[in-house]
Write a protein that binds this ligand. Structure first.
Ligand SMILES: Cc1cc2nc3c(=O)[nH]c(=O)nc-3n(C[C@H](O)[C@H](O)[C@H](O)COP(=O)(O)OP(=O)(O)OC[C@H]3O[C@@H](n4cnc5c(N)ncnc54)[C@H](O)[C@@H]3O)c2cc1C
Length: 399
């Protein structure tokens, strides 16, 4: 068989390259079809456990969990393709975000830092959709500056007592298991951090109430308070003092791959905008005939494509076991910022109807805005990029 240039077909394309080249990769398409038929569109602002179980049956929560713990052990590229498909297929961005948050942050920390007992206890249930997990670092007074958290882990004869309050914890109101970070010595910053994993109904843990937010409302978040909550050494995630690195490595992966769902929704918003530009008429012609509209759509396409390239680059580096801090930060920045721009342009293209709650694009904008803050803000991602470029280091003077 020859390709369109009349040359022999190239050998099988590596997956990341195929993901970049093929807008309709079969893994993405299968996930999009599933999302369209089984997740559907936004039903209500409530978390839907039945759909959570349906997603688990399709294999979403188990996607990134190794086979020996009941999952499928997929690569990051496969994970990103799947979540891109989910974001494309369903306009319930909250629900898809919930699935991604558990898969790429909470589960990842447990897989990389958990003991065999902890993994066996929780991963099979998470994969099967029988348990919901959450990941708690942020606090009402501390978000970005994670080395300054106020939740303490005070040593006792049998373990630690946790005291403090976590905030904006995705899925906490419906979660069975929580990974929480606390400090044993606030003066040590990141080096004083420790992670713990436990049931959310443990004595001393209070969840809620739900914190109301602007968008992604089918994925609830809330505060979680710890009041003399007793944990043992067996509940610790990773070695004593390793909480900072457990958190950093989980968030590094989350930063890149959580946004594959948003990248999928960017394509959906692009498609809606094209449809509108072709069907809405003004001054006797489809509005897509006006350059001011068609160029917006061209920009939307460019934003979506660049987000895709960056995410699949980060995923490929991750799968190769290579450093992906820069690639992940760039992927997060581009996707989150550009998703907001594209949703805003979509609203402009839809005119007044775009501002009504019944329009298909109104929720997209509210949903997209959350991406500017979760997994770290855009400013923190820019700091990371600048630091890796050593922008803050003075040049050495030549003698
Ligand atoms: C939808 C959603 C879901 C979330 N889910 C979770 C979750 O599951 N678990 C969890 O632990 N947290 C979660 N968060 C919280 C999120 O991680 C924090 O919002 C984020 O880390 C920023 O912290 P902050 O909101 O306290 O902002 P702050 O840290 O108070 O920052 C305020 C502003 O100052 C800027 N700023 C701060 N420091 C710097 C700096 N050094 N340089 C430049 N600018 C700076 C920030 O960029 C921001 O613009 C979620 C947030 C949202 C919106």
């Amino acid at each position: 068989m020859s390709n369109r240039h009349g040359e022999n077909e190239a050998p099988t394309t590596p997956l990341a390259l195929a993901a970049m080249l093929d807008d309709a990769h079969p893994i993405k398409t299968a996930a999009a079809d599933f999302a369209r038929t089984s997740l559907g569109s936004i039903g209500s602002d409530e978390f839907d456990l039945a759909r959570w179980e349906a997603a688990a049956e399709f294999g979403i929560q188990g996607l990134m969990i190794p086979a020996e713990y009941g999952g499928q052990g997929r690569t990051a590229v496969e994970g990103a393709l799947t979540f891109e498909g989910l974001g494309l297929g369903s306009n319930d961005n909250g629900f898809v975000f919930a699935l991604a948050a558990q898969s790429f942050a909470m589960q990842r920390a447990l897989i990389t830092a958990g003991t065999e007992t902890q993994r066996k206890r929780w991963l099979p249930e998470l994969a099967a959709g029988k348990a919901v997990g959450c990941f708690a670092m942020s606090e009402p007074a501390v978000g970005s500056d994670t080395g300054s958290i106020g939740t303490t882990a005070t040593p006792t004869d049998s373990g630690y007592l946790l005291n403090g309050t976590k905030a904006w914890v995705t899925l906490a109101p419906v979660a069975d298991v929580i990974i929480v970070f606390a400090t044993t010595d606030p003066s040590m910053g990141h080096w004083g951090l420790n992670g713990f994993i436990m049931e959310t109904n443990r004595p001393g843990v209070t969840v809620g109430p739900v914190q109301r937010k602007m968008g992604i409302n089918s994925c609830p978040f809330s505060e979680v308070r710890f009041s003399d909550c007793a944990v043992s050494a067996d509940d610790m995630l990773g070695n004593p003092g390793a909480g900072g690195s457990v958190f950093t490595s989980a968030v590094e992966a989350e930063r890149a791959f959580l946004y594959s769902a948003q990248m999928g929704s960017m394509e959906r918003v692009l498609n809606l905008s094209i449809e509108r530009a072709r069907s809405r008429e003004a001054y006797g012609q489809p509005i897509g005939g006006f350059q001011a509209i068609s160029h917006k759509i061209a920009e939307m396409k460019l934003r979506h494509e660049t987000a895709r390239l960056l995410i699949y680059k980060a995923a490929e580096l991750f799968d190769r076991g290579e450093g992906m801090t820069m690639a992940g930060a760039l992927a997060k920045l581009q996707t989150s910022e550009m998703a907001v721009q594209s949703a805003l342009d979509a609203m402009r293209i839809f005119g007044a109807e775009g501002y009504t709650v019944d329009a298909p694009v109104e929720a997209e904008l509210r949903d997209a805005i959350g991406g500017l803050a979760y997994s770290g803000t855009s400013e923190i991602a820019r700091n990371l990029v600048a630091r890796l470029l050593r922008v803050d280091r003075p040049m050495r003077r030549k003698k």
